[in-house]
Write a protein that binds this ligand. Structure first.
Ligand code: AHM
Ligand code: MG
Length: 332
């Protein structure tokens, strides 16, 4: 049993053996994400100083152009993964197409692809509210030694090898799973080290929090409207509490600790909702299921869906198992 003061670096090494196809490559990959997360954390923490040191589009004291934080986070993650030569392809919310990675001494020999939302919660970036990074890792399906293709990225969530998120909140945490439970690590900013703070995280079976953008209520399908009314009804342990940050990672993280449901339904304005299947919903679904929760599009498990496009959207209901099941009943 891993001690609570274990560092993330130690944890990755200790648990390498428990991973089915362990060759050390996945450990290196998670280590690279850990490093990029620290760099992005540093940038996110400086966000409030932008008025003083220059806004996006300005030039900073070193004569470099300032970038918007989401663009910067995208660059940091991609650069770190490229430099370490540990993945054969990356897809990002910030890039129209996937990126194929190849170097002279390593001709498409890496077996993993990463899909990432480098800085999620865009409406919260400039207002000092928590944002996050979400990542999803798959083994490529095309042969080693050949360039990656779209097929390597369009895999169903069930095929994920690992997934995780970083929440840049009151403290910065990295939470991830390799299919053997979910563990959370908190960054000690003084020394730049992540420590295991939340071993074996679990969604409570049910909870009292519902998280949805109720401003869209009139556009929601009837089943969703009915479920929201159910949450608000005075009966049994209801009414529930409404909490919506508007940052998926933060809303999910709170609900996993306290018990709750997050919803981004389809609406008359957005026929497939807003969230992206490949680098937002699938990784969160994998973490949720590994933590005894549930994730669905209202009818079907998210991780069973067969993706058809890189930036595909999907309705998303995720959180405490009984709450998601109840929401599904209303949507039948
Ligand atoms: P983004 O990728 O542009 O940041 O959008 C995703 C975010 C989620 O983090 C959040 O839960 C949702 O969008 C909020 O959307 P809305 O403002 O429509 O409620
Ligand atoms: Mg996003």
């Amino acid at each position: 049993m891993t001690k609570k003061n274990t560092t993330l670096g130690e944890f990755i090494i200790e648990n390498q053996g428990s991973f089915q196809y362990s060759s050390g490559e996945l450990s290196k990959l998670i280590n690279a994400i850990r490093l990029a997360a620290k760099v992005v954390n540093h940038e996110v923490n400086k966000a409030g100083l932008i008025d003083i040191i220059g806004a996006a589009g300005d030039t900073n004291i070193q004569g470099e152009d300032q970038q918007k934080l989401d663009v910067l986070a995208n660059d940091r993650f991609i650069q770190t993964l490229k430099n370490r030569e540990i993945v054969c392809g990356i897809a990002s919310e910030e890039e129209d197409d996937f990126i194929s990675i190849n170097s002279n001494d390593n001709q498409h020999q890496n077996k993993y692809v990463v899909l990432i939302d480098p800085l999620d919660g865009s409406s919260n970036i400039d207002v000092n509210v928590s944002v996050g990074t979400i990542f999803s890792i798959y083994r490529r399906v095309t042969p080693l030694g050949t360039p990656v293709t779209l097929e390597d990225f369009l895999q169903s969530g069930d095929q994920q090898v690992a997934a995780g998120y970083v929440v840049y909140g009151t403290s910065t945490m990295l939470v991830y799973t390799t299919g053997d439970g979910v563990n959370g690590f908190t960054l000690n900013p003084a020394i730049g080290t992540f420590y295991l703070s939340h071993p074996n995280m679990q969604f409570p079976e049910t909870g009292k929090i519902y998280s949805v953008n109720e401003g869209n209520y009139v556009h929601f399908p009837q089943g969703v409207k009915d479920y929201i009314k159910y949450c608000q009804k005075e009966e049994g342990d209801r009414p529930y509490t409404s909490r919506y940050i508007g940052s998926l990672v933060s809303d999910f993280h709170r609900n996993m600790i306290k018990g709750g449901i997050y919803m981004y339904p389809k609406s008359s304005m957005a026929s497939e909702g807003k969230l992206r299947l490949l680098y937002e919903c699938n990784p969160m679904a994998f973490i949720a299921e590994q933590a005894n929760g549930r994730a669905s599009n209202g009818k079907q498990r998210i991780m069973e869906l067969k993706p058809t496009e890189l930036h595909q959207r999907v309705p998303f209901f995720c959180g405490s198992r009984k709450m998601v099941e109840k929401a599904e009943e209303f949507m039948k």
